[in-house]
Design a binder for this molecule. Structure first.
Ligand code: ADP
Length: 472
């Protein structure tokens, strides 16, 4: 049963239920018919017994036993109803017994054990009879009567009925099996169509979809759900192929720069200073390539879900305070003003400290990169009721409104030449966005071109563990 197709299983179930129904119906009908036929025979018997009672009542009260025997014999030996009749007196003495009962006597119950009326069937020489025992009170005497009628017709009808039932049952079952199989095939044919189409879907034709069903049932839900799943798979697949294409493109640029620089240097002999300059360029490009590869790897790991974050409570103000000094150095080199306003109070977030540092580094790095001197960059941390808000503000070139929603996309740069020129990869904000999402926070930008930009990050706060009372 386990390995049979759903169609065959449904048919077998249908067949089993149908056969059971047929059995119950056939048996029920047979019993009802039998009961009705016996009722008819019993009514006939009852009428004959009533006639006999009237006959006995019509006899004189003081009639002798011998006379009564004579009277009953005279009447019932020629009457049709006397063919299967026996009449006994009060003390069991025989008054009349037909030739048939004479030849086939039965063990008659004593009068006091016979309930008022008792019917039973007898089969004699392949003929069927229905007999009734009855005690009759007539003319002050109690008689015991045994009267029968042939019931061959009733039994014949019953046998015929059973014969037809048994003859047609297999035929009906066969028809039911055929109809059941046809119905299940019909109901499941859309599943076969879905399976056929699903088999054909591969990486090369991810845009094909399963046939849209309008049946409004489970099968429609199944095909809709599978199509939605294919939508998601296609989108993910496109993202990956796009990412691979973009990454190859990005990697080609620094590699060809390194190659050109080396080729130029080797074309003719040069002085030491010139070689050093060429090597410096090559080193710079190699460093940028390393950054790009690291960022690509980070995103690839994030996509595959293999980038495991080591979440633990992190005191964010403390982490940020620890980063201020090194950024102060960068500000001096770049000739920019740098200020940091970080809340003194502890504030915990559940996060990966390395990742959170990386997030702030990306935002500060961008702020310094896109702010020409003279200008300023500031880092602010402020505690809210349930969140910690961090803002990285600069007075740099700013970002146009229509670009703001796109800068978090991978490889998106507002000004390609400028970003590339300063070693930008177009991946920093994509990584920042991923880190924030992993920390269940949000990131957004506010900016006006020419008036600087502010990147705001909000991260959910967790309750600080109760501080232990100071021991004195
Ligand atoms: P990139 O490596 O090019 O900086 P990012 O993903 O970090 O890549 O940033 C994407 C783009 O967003 C940048 O190319 C730049 O045009 C813009 N951008 C990011 N930060 C700032 C900022 N503070 N001021 C102006 N533009 C910015």
């Amino acid at each position: 049963m386990k390995h049979l197709s759903i169609g065959v299983r449904l048919t077998l179930w249908y067949l089993a239920i149908f056969a059971l129904g047929e059995l119950v119906f056939g048996a029920g009908m047979w019993f009802i018919l039998r009961q009705n036929l016996y009722d008819m025979v019993d009514d006939d018997l009852e009428a004959q017994v009533d006639d006999l009672k009237s006959f006995l009542e019509s006899q004189k009260r003081d009639i002798s036993l011998a006379k009564l025997r004579e009277e009953v014999s005279e009447t019932y030996s020629i009457e049709h109803s006397g063919d299967y009749l026996a009449v006994y007196g009060e003390t069991g003495e025989l008054i009349y017994r037909s030739a048939f009962l004479e030849a086939h006597p039965q063990l008659l119950l004593p009068a006091d054990q016979i309930k008022r009326q008792q019917s039973h069937n007898r089969k004699v020489d392949d003929r069927h009879f229905r007999f009734v025992y009855e005690t009759l009170a007539a003319n002050g005497h109690v008689f015991t009567v045994e009267m029968g009628v042939p019931s061959d017709d009733a039994i014949g009808t019953l046998h015929l009925f059973r014969f037809y039932l048994l003859m047609f049952a297999p035929l009906l079952l066969l028809i039911a099996a055929g109809v059941g199989y046809w119905m299940s095939r019909r109901a499941l044919s859309p599943v076969d169509a879905l399976v056929r189409t699903a088999r054909e879907v591969s990486g090369a034709n991810l845009n094909s979809r399963l046939q849209k069903l309008e049946t409004g049932d489970e099968l429609q839900r199944l095909s809709d759900t599978l199509n939605e799943m294919l939508d998601r798979i296609e989108a993910a697949f496109l993202r990956v192929t796009q990412f691979t294409a973009d990454a190859s493109h990005e990697l080609r640029t620094p590699v060809s720069l390194i190659r050109t620089e080396a080729e130029l240097a080797l074309r003719r002999s040069r002085g030491e200073a010139e070689y050093k300059e060429s090597l410096r360029h090559i080193l710079l490009e190699a460093e940028r390539t390393t950054v790009l590869i690291e960022q690509l790897l980070a995103l690839a790991r994030a996509d595959s879900g293999r980038e495991t974050l080591h979440m633990k409570p992190v005191d964010l103000p403390q982490t940020l305070r620890g980063m201020v000094d090194s950024w102060q150095q960068v500000a001096i080199i770049r000739d920019l003003q740098f200020s940091a306003q970080v809340d003194e109070e502890d504030a915990l977030v559940m996060g990966d400290e390395t990742m959170l540092r990386r997030l702030i580094d990306i935002l500060l790095d961008n702020a310094f990169q896109y702010t020409p001197s003279p200008g300023s960059v500031s880092l602010l941390l402020e505690q809210r009721e349930d969140t910690i808000a961090i803002a990285v503000q600069d007075s740099g070139v700013g970002i146009a409104k229509e670009e703001q929603s796109r800068i978090f996309e991978r490889f998106y740069r507002v000004d390609e030449a400028r970003s590339r020129g300063r070693g930008g990869t177009g991946l920093g904000l994509a990584i920042a966005h991923w880190i924030v999402t992993q920390h269940h926070g949000s990131i957004c930008v506010e900016s006006q071109p020419g008036h600087g930009a502010t990147f705001r990050v909000e991260l959910p706060k967790i309750a600080s563990p109760a501080k232990a009372p100071l021991s004195v």
